[in-house]
Write a protein that binds this ligand. Structure first.
Ligand code: SF4
Length: 229
């Protein structure tokens, strides 16, 4: 007689009751904990819900506050669970958002087959600063492309043992890490400190991220570089 393999999970009758209770407790606790960080979301959400213009990103902008928390949590789980495999992979690259570029439309990034790269045109640009950190660890950085999966596949063809650091906003980082994970590329990430692109502002402006966290991830993997020792 062929024995059935034991199930990976087996839901009990009270599963949904427990899940609802857990979700409600986590949401209440999380929104209280991040009250300061998320305090402007509700006003933006209300405004976006009443916006009847013909823009193409209504759904994205109409994201309610609990979903920011959910995405932040998803990021944290992916980041933590990928840590070991990220550190074990030989090569690393960084995927950068356009909105970090100080010069915005006047950014002089150059096209390559793996994505555009920073031309280091101004010293105060956060992308330039990130690339100076990345240089110390022999890590490349590419601006993200709309079709992220295709971009990652192209980079993956060049390097077999690969890991990625994604830099992105709260609503998009976890999904990008998931895309990388599905291709077998362990991902870690750093959030933008705030948003500034066309989805959130009529006059887009350059955003910022935590440079020290980018470096901390690289130090954990490669050890201190000569110039930071
Ligand atoms: S330093 Fe790089 S990313 Fe920043 S504006 Fe210049 S080319 Fe663009």
């Amino acid at each position: 007689m062929i024995r059935k393999a034991p199930p990976t999970f087996l839901l009990q009758d009270d599963f949904y009751r427990k899940l609802e209770q857990f979700s409600s407790e986590v949401t209440d606790k999380g929104l209280a904990l991040f009250e300061n960080e998320f305090k402007n979301i509700d006003a933006f959400y209300q405004m976006a819900c009443f916006d009847n213009t013909d823009r193409d990103d209504h759904q994205f902008r109409r994201t309610p506050r609990p979903l920011y928390l959910l995405e932040a949590l998803a990021f944290q789980f992916y980041d933590q669970s990928c840590r070991e495999s990220f550190n074990a992979a030989k090569n690393t690259f960084i995927i950068l958002p356009q909105c970090l570029s100080l010069m915005q439309e006047k950014c002089k990034r150059k096209k390559t087959r793996f994505g555009k790269v920073c031309d280091r045109c101004v010293p105060n640009c956060q992308i330039n600063k990130i690339m100076q950190i990345a240089d110390r660890y022999g890590v490349a950085g590419y601006f993200s492309q709309r079709k992220l999966e295709e971009q990652l596949r192209r980079i993956q063809k060049k390097h077999q043992s690969l890991s990625v650091i994604g830099i992105s906003c709260i609503l998009t980082l976890a999904s990008g890490m998931r895309t990388a994970g599905e291709l077998g590329i362990p991902a870690r990430g750093v959030f933008l400190n705030y948003t500034g692109c066309r989805h959130w502002s009529d006059a887009p402006f350059a955003t910022e991220t935590a440079l020290d966290r980018v470096e901390k991830i690289l130090v954990e993997k490669y050890g201190l570089s000569d110039s930071s020792a």
